[in-house]
Write a protein of this length. Structure first.
Length: 228
């Protein structure tokens, strides 16, 4: 079964009552025993049902959650097992059993960094050779992931660097083109102004020449003996 298709987690212990009466304790103990018997007989579904009923009575211990988590692992429900182990550790942060089961659940889910961390914590609380062997595998997988993550980060940083470098180059080239265009426009405007100035100067010279000719003609006509 795909771990992502586990379905709903088994019910957790309710907040109330805060403390079990003697009658409720007897009920819970009877259900735990029925669950243990079913587990020994290989009736895993029945065992899960009984352990869940015992937890539903209230005030479930870290050990009870851990036992159900172990059963959930056998039923290929690692996510639910993680949930139970987390609840167990909330009740008893020093539960080596809960850390070890949760580590194996994380390993099943290929969450190697979390698995490695839980294996190491569980070994510090309660060492055993099998957990040590499992922890070596998880540590190697976690290292592979870390190395791959570093490579991926370096690759992404290089790509980002080259992207920004390309953007800077394009912006620089665009700036050069813009400056060239402004310079060209300024030169054209300057040439137009010069041409306009030359045209005005030529017009002025032409007016002066025309006036001079007109004055010369007038003087000639006004001289004695000139013909009208």
């Amino acid at each position: 079964m795909d771990p992502g298709d586990e379905g709903a987690f088994p019910a957790m212990s309710p907040a109330d009552p805060a403390e079990l009466t003697e009658e409720l304790e007897d009920k819970q103990n009877a259900l735990k025993q029925q669950g243990a018997d079913a587990f020994e007989d290989g009736k895993l579904d029945v065992a899960l049902e009984k352990f869940s009923e015992a937890i539903a009575v209230g005030c479930a211990s870290a050990l009870l959650y851990s036992r159900r988590a172990q059963l959930l692992m056998q039923l290929d429900r690692p996510r639910a097992a993680v949930n139970d182990c987390t609840a167990a550790l909330e009740g008893n942060p020093d539960s080596g059993k809960a850390y070890k089961i949760r580590a194996r659940a994380y390993a099943k889910l290929e969450m190697w960094e979390k698995a490695n961390l839980d294996f190491q914590t569980g070994l510090k609380i309660d060492y055993d050779e099998q957990t040590e062997e499992d922890s070596v595998v998880a540590a190697a997988k976690a290292k592979e992931l870390s190395t791959a993550a570093v490579k991926e980060r370096v690759k992404a940083e290089e790509q980002e660097y080259h992207r920004k470098l390309q953007e800077s180059k394009e912006a620089y080239e665009a700036g050069l083109r813009a400056n060239d265009e402004k310079f060209r426009e300024a030169r054209m405007k300057e040439e137009e102004e010069k041409e306009e100035t030359r045209a005005k100067e030529n017009e002025r010279k032409e007016r002066v020449r025309t006036r001079a000719e007109e004055e010369k003609t007038t003087e000639a006509e006004s001289e004695p003996g000139s013909k009208l």
